[in-house]
Structures are given as structure tokens and as C-alpha cells.
Design a protein around this ligand. Structure first.
Ligand code: LRH
Ligand code: MN
Ligand code: MN
Length: 387
């Protein structure tokens, strides 16, 4: 069995934030499939997220999305989370489901619409102040569908201006994290399409502004680990939205489509000092359309843990030597040796030694929780995108 002795300290420090929206219903633009046991409100989403942490010890916080997670009292939601053994984390804004934002939100040519979008971010900051959250994460659907539709340069100016107003409002201990995505829902141009644009805006804002890298937001074939290395060099990698994709922004289980890419990304995170570093938040951004949501999240966090263990096992001294003497195949072989190491039996044993189930998927299935929520949560409206 693989010896994990040298890597258990960093492994034990791993913390992955779960998205509240992973527990609600989602689907494609063709159909949203309802599923038994789906939470009916944000409190039930938090209860479900807590199950993931209970069985894995890996997911101590949950990110909120506003207004999907609108509640009367965020201190009640915070207390509910704490009673369930988890905390509330990043607050995500949402300016993509309101008719007023059809042609843009913080980039809109109409100052009234821009102000409405800025005010929404102010409301998110109010929520953060109640939940004790550090990060305000902004992803914008803003963009255009046709060349000439709007002035793409003026939109950058309006974006910079709106972001500055939002940034001014965040507290000394809070951060603004700007997520980029190359397309969708806009198909000609997107206002924050890539890490460079996000970097340019966050660099202009100041020290408490960072870039969020969602692994599903790049053109096929993009070398994401290079972006990770570059943002860490620049001190601007604030967080990850992990998920996996075969084609576009598929939001599938992390590591499902390309475990080797996940390994390469995690290797660069570790190499660049971004691992178990509170300044680089690990989050999942997934939607489960056809699979059960709680075990889907359990599988994702376990995949992150597994690829982290493999990346931590890279013999960095030997790798440095091979690189320094130009041993191309030797260096590649060292990296691949770590990638091909099956750490699963050793991880199961290590989990048990810490009082966690060796097989969290099995433990969850045997816990009876799924049957309980399926029986209890009949009636009412299932939460999902938009609720
Ligand atoms: C956009 C995105 C962003 C949103 C989430 C629901 O595609 O990745 O992070 O907040 O999906
Ligand atoms: Mn995302
Ligand atoms: Mn996305």
C-alpha cells in the first residue's frame, strides 16, 4: 500500500467549500428533472451539505447564491449551519436572471440598470456582514451576441467603474473575487471572458480583489495549470470553482472528465504555494442534473482529495534534478509515476484512523439519510435555479 506518512499533514488541512445550489434542482435548457428529497429552502440545502462534511471531513463550509438563498434571517441560517457542523462561506451575486439585465448588468449603457446591479452587490455585502463571509464572488453574464451590438470598449469602462463602487463597499477583511468565462450566455463577446481581463480589473481595484478560476470556463484544450501558475506568481488567484467538462460549461463531478488535468492543476497549486493557503479558496461549482446530489458532491470532494494526494506524492527533488539536467523523459516519468499511484486503499485506511468512514459513498448510502429526506420532503416547491 502507498505510504502516506509524509503527506498526511497537508492532506488533513484540505477544506473544500460546497455550492448550496448543487443541492437544488438543476438541468439543461431542455429539461429540469425534479428528484425526490430535493431541499425546499436554503436551510434544507445546508443540512444536505453538512452530510458531505460528516462523511468526508472535507467540506466544512457552504457558499450561498443570492437571491437563490434568500432568507429572512441570515443569523438564523448561520446558526443552523453551525448546529449542523458547517459554516457559511462565499456569497455569490446573481445579475443574470432579471429582465432588466437582458443587455447587461454592471456594464449596461443605462445608468439606472447599472445602479440596480451595483445595489444588488451592496445587498450581497450586507448578507456577508451577517453571515461572517469573507468573499464576494462576482460572475457576470454580461456580453453581446452580435458584432456592433454595443461598444465593447465603453462596456469595459463601465465595468471598471461599477466594480470600483462595489469594491469600495467591502470591508477591510473582505475580498472581491471576479470570475471569468469565455462564453455563454453571450455568444459574440463576453465582458469578462478570460483570466487576463479579470486580472486587469482586479489589479486596478486593489489588494483585496482577486481572480476566480472556474475550471469549466475555458476553451477546449486550454492549459489551465499554466493559468494557475501565472495567477499564483502574480498573487491574484483568489479561488477555484472546481467542476469538470467534456464540451462547454458542463458542471459535472470534479475529476470525472479528466482526472489527469485535475492532477496537473493541483500539482501547480501545491508548487505555487496555493495549497492549504487561506488566500486560495477551493470551491466546487457543480450542478447535478441526473444523479443524486449528496453522493455526487461526496464523489467530487473525494476526487479532489485523491488527486491532491497524488500531486503531493510527486518527488519534487528528483523532478528538479531531472529538469535541471534536461532529462525530458525522466522528468515526465517522475510526474507520471505520482499520477499513476493508486492512493485509494491508503486514503481509506487514513480516513478510518481519523474516525471517518473508509468509504464515504458506502457510509452515506447506509446512513438512511437519503431515504429519510425522500420520505419527509414531499410537497412544497423544490429549490433550484431561481428558487
Ligand atoms: C457561471 C457560474 C458562476 C455562477 C454559477 C451558477 O457559469 O460558473 O459561478 O455563479 O455558474
Ligand atoms: Mn462558477
Ligand atoms: Mn459556470
Amino acid at each position: 500500500m502507498t505510504d502516506l506518512t509524509d503527506i498526511t499533514t497537508p492532506l488533513a488541512a484540505q477544506a473544500i467549500e460546497l455550492p448550496s445550489w448543487a443541492f437544488g434542482n438543476s438541468g439543461t435548457r431542455f429539461k429540469v428533472f425534479g428528484s425526490p428529497g430535493t431541499p425546499r429552502d436554503p436551510f434544507e440545502k445546508i443540512s444536505d451539505a453538512a452530510q458531505v462534511h460528516k462523511h468526508t471531513g472535507l467540506a466544512p463550509t457552504v457558499a450561498l447564491h443570492i437571491p437563490w438563498d434568500l432568507v429572512d434571517s441570515y443569523s438564523d441560517l448561520r446558526k443552523h449551519a453551525e448546529d449542523n457542523g458547517v459554516g457559511l462561506g462565499t456569497v455569490n451575486s446573481n445579475t443574470f436572471q432579471d429582465d432588466d439585465y437582458k443587455l447587461g448588468s454592471v456594464t449596461h449603457s443605462d445608468p439606472k440598470v447599472r445602479q440596480k446591479a451595483i445595489d444588488h452587490h451592496f445587498a450581497c455585502i450586507d448578507v456577508m456582514n451577517e453571515t461572517g463571509s469573507r468573499d464576494l464572488k462576482i460572475w457576470l453574464a454580461d456580453g453581446t451576441n452580435y458584432p456592433g451590438q454595443d461598444d465593447i470598449r465603453a462596456r469595459q469602462d463601465r465595468l471598471a467603474d461599477s466594480l470600483a463602487k462595489i469594491y469600495e463597499r467591502i470591508g477591510e477583511d473582505q475580498r472581491l473575487v471576479l470570475e471569468y468565462k469565455f462564453f455563454e450566455p453571450a455568444f459574440y463577446h463576453t465582458d469578462v471572458p478570460d483570466w487576463g481581463t479579470s486580472y486587469a480589473h482586479t489589479a486596478a481595484l486593489g489588494d483585496r480583489a482577486f481572480v476566480c478560476l472556474d475550471t469549466g470556463h475555458h476553451a477546449p484544450g486550454t492549459n489551465i495549470e499554466f493559468i494557475v501558475a501565472q495567477l499564483l506568481r502574480l498573487g491574484k488567484l483568489g479561488s477555484f470553482d472546481f467542476n469538470s467538462r467534456f464540451y462547454a460549461d458542463d458542471d459535472l463531478i470534479v475529476g470525472a472528465a479528466d482526472p489527469f488535468q485535475l492532477f496537473r492543476i493541483l500539482y501547480e497549486v501545491i508548487r505555487g504555494g496555493g495549497y492549504a493557503n487561506p488566500d486560495v479558496a477551493f470551491m466546487l461549482d457543480q450542478c447535478h442534473n441526473i444523479e443524486k446530489k449528496i453522493p455526487g458532491q461526496i464523489r467530487s470532494v473525494l476526487n479532489v482529495q485523491e488527486m491532491t494526494a497524488r500531486a503531493l506524492l510527486v518527488d519534487t527533488e528528483a523532478l528538479k534534478k531531472a529538469q535541471a539536467c534536461g532529462d525530458v523523459l525522466g522528468a515526465n516519468g517522475i510526474l507520471m509515476d505520482a499520477f499513476y499511484t493508486d492512493v485509494r486503499p491508503a486514503l481509506a485506511e487514513w480516513r478510518e484512523s481519523r474516525g471517518l468512514p473508509g468509504d464515504p459513498m458506502k457510509a452515506y448510502a447506509a446512513s438512511g439519510y437519503q431515504e429519510k429526506i425522500e420520505a419527509e420532503r414531499v410537497g412544497g416547491t423544490q429549490a433550484g435555479w431561481g428558487a
